[in-house]
Design a binder for this molecule. Structure first.
Ligand SMILES: [Zn+2]
Ligand SMILES: [Zn+2]
Length: 356
């Protein structure tokens, strides 16, 4: 088995060759077909998040991310073997040879939150694949139980892999403003998440979105992907432009960037009772005035990935509505380092997906 691991924070990934693991207990062994390169992999690689206001950065090492670690939480693969304790019923109809998406946002699996199906919100212990456990930057990976495997039923693994993170993240954020989708909403960020949000919004029957990005190339990609209009977030009159282009009061904004400028503009563009959903983890501190939160009766809500049920709903929606795949750049697994650097430098439009 060949994998590319974070051996040191901020250092190039290390190529590691080791015997292919045999699945133990209830594990399932997958042959990786595709592994998406996500922006949050950059944070894992760099070792943390900037919190702003001169605070000490949030360190992933302090949060239990130990090295070496094989990243990759957007993984599609083919089932090679089931562990000895996997019962026929556990397989949920899956068989060796099936191509599946690995749901990565695992928790402790035992607490009330996990048992209610919200493992992504587990407060006891995250066992997220590709973050706290080894993931898909490899030619093989193990998943602890077949219940975390979702049958792709013919969807292309390369374009479907990102549904495990960027897909379910945007789907879960859109679900939080589901009642507001009959009017234009505002989306900040036209990277992989932004383009995914546009296609999901359409499939969910939404009116559409005005997309804000400071990069003209990315705004162009958003327009091609069906944005109602785009706005340069760095323009002095960005707020005015947003309100003009929306043509109706803005009731919902989804911030897929999450920096002080985007959250400020997201906050400012909302009318009374509006909702700002913050998804992006760019970093920094909030700048909006506290009294305006009650005066505008604004709801500010964070959204972190999504649960297993939402991931299944998303795959069903993709198939039912024949959602066009987002632009993907397939790269060989051996180019994992280049993919991370390209992402860090903002050179990618759409998603890089590693293919072993
Ligand atoms: Zn991700
Ligand atoms: Zn738990």
């Amino acid at each position: 088995m060949r994998s590319f691991q974070v051996a040191d924070f901020n250092a190039p990934l290390k190529k590691v060759e080791q015997p292919t693991p045999q699945p133990a207990g209830t594990q399932v062994l997958l042959k990786v077909k595709a592994a998406g390169v996500c922006h949050s992999d950059l944070h894992i690689w760099e070792g943390g998040y900037e919190l702003g206001h001169g605070r000490k950065p949030l360190s992933l090492k302090d949060r239990g991310v130990s090295l070496p670690r094989t990243m990759g939480h957007e993984t599609a693969g083919q089932i090679v073997a089931f562990g000895p304790e996997v019962k026929e019923l556990d397989k949920g109809g899956l068989a060796i040879g099936d191509v599946v998406l690995a749901y990565p946002w695992l928790g402790c699996g035992k607490c009330p939150t996990c048992l209610a199906g919200d493992e992504n919100m587990c407060a006891i212990k995250s066992n997220a694949l590709g973050v706290f456990c080894d993931g898909g930057y490899a030619d093989h990976m193990t998943v602890p139980h077949p219940k975390y495997l979702l049958d792709l039923k013919g969807l292309d693994p390369v374009t479907a892999a990102p549904y495990a993170c960027s897909g379910v993240t945007t789907y879960s954020a859109l679900k939080k403003v589901e009642k507001e989708l009959n009017a234009p909403i505002v989306i900040f960020g036209a990277g992989g998440l932004g383009l995914m949000a546009l296609s999901l919004l359409k499939a969910m029957g939404g009116k559409g979105a005005i997309v804000v990005d400071i990069d003209a190339k990315k705004r162009g990609a958003a327009e091609k992907a069906g944005a109602l209009a785009t706005v340069d977030g760095a323009a002095a009159d960005a707020l005015q432009q947003l309100q003009n282009k929306a043509g109706a009061p803005i009731r919902a904004a989804i911030d897929l960037v999450g920096n002080p400028q985007t959250t400020q503009l997201g906050f400012d563009c909302l009318i009374k009772g509006g909702k700002l959903i913050i998804v992006g983890l760019f970093g920094g501190g909030a700048t909006f005035a506290l009294p305006l939160i009650p005066i505008k009766a604004v709801t500010i809500q964070g959204s972190y990935v999504g649960n297993l049920r939402e991931t299944q709903e998303l795959l069903d929606l993709v198939r039912a509505k024949k959602i066009a795949p987002i632009p993907v750049t397939a790269m060989p697994l051996a180019s994992a380092n280049e993919a991370l650097v390209d992402l860090q430098k903002g050179r990618l439009v759409g998603r890089a997906v590693l293919v072993p």
